[in-house]
Design a protein around this ligand. Sequence first.
Ligand code: ATP
Length: 285
Amino acid sequence: MDLVAYVGTAPGRGETVLGREFTTVPGGKGANQALAAAKAGAAVHMIGAVGRDEFGEQIRASLAGSGVDTSALRAVDGRSGTAHITVDDDGGNSIIVVPSANATVDGLAPGDEELIAASGSLLLQLEIPFEGVAAAAAAGRRNGVRVVLTPAPAAELPDDVLSNVDLLVPNEHEAEALVGEHDPKRALAALLERVPEVVITLGGRGSLYGSRGGEVVEMPSFPVRAVDTTAAGDTFAGVLSVALGEGAGIREALRRASAAAALSVQRNGASSSMPTRQEIADFLA
Ligand code: ATP
């Protein structure tokens, strides 16, 4: 759950300031990507955990309301994961993430492997422990399911996570954190030594795909007036996974993902800004 306080100037250490407004918004990269995929028309199951608190119920309802199946979303004792976000008048923000229930997802629960095995794509993020990500990726590989990882929040990745990833989708900062290369083309080359396929998202500059087989695709972004880029990356990753899971080629999948992200940046909010399958089709028509 995102807990968002709007303030003129964010407080320094030891300081108290008055905020202007406070909202709570269901968030989290996994949930946002699941929503983006469901809105894009896929049958989506979310594996993860919420706490037995009021946020847990709200998060489950938000996912279910957009058609995400939450039967594999476990409820554990304690709090749901929270992000404490301060947004100041300059649009700058600072964020504290407290994993809480998310920290308990350190492996597969009964039934998870069957769910993964029956899927077209497995889409992973790093807001649960590496052990949980590694176990899911291994299950994906064992069952011949395409494993897509968005390596966020940025982190060094152990090889037991990366060795079972088919497609890595970092933004440029995450790519740099992984391989220490600022230049996207160099980062791409370095990442392809660790995984077979990579898409680096470059914000308003589009995205860059590469495969070990030597294919490179540069996909420009659609020129639109951006008002709020929150969750552009999650929309992109969710829709990319859906398209690939449906058997689209990489160019077509990148095109649909870019269109969905371009639609999302024209609207405020995260889940509320994600387009439906029809909206994506109309935009591309
Ligand atoms: P976020 O953290 O905000 O979710 P991100 O950093 O993970 O985003 P970005 O690289 O900023 O991801 O954006 C993902 C994709 O969204 C881009 O590859 C591009 O296709 C699209 N996009 C982002 N910003 C814009 C923009 N201003 N105009 C059009 N498309 C955009």
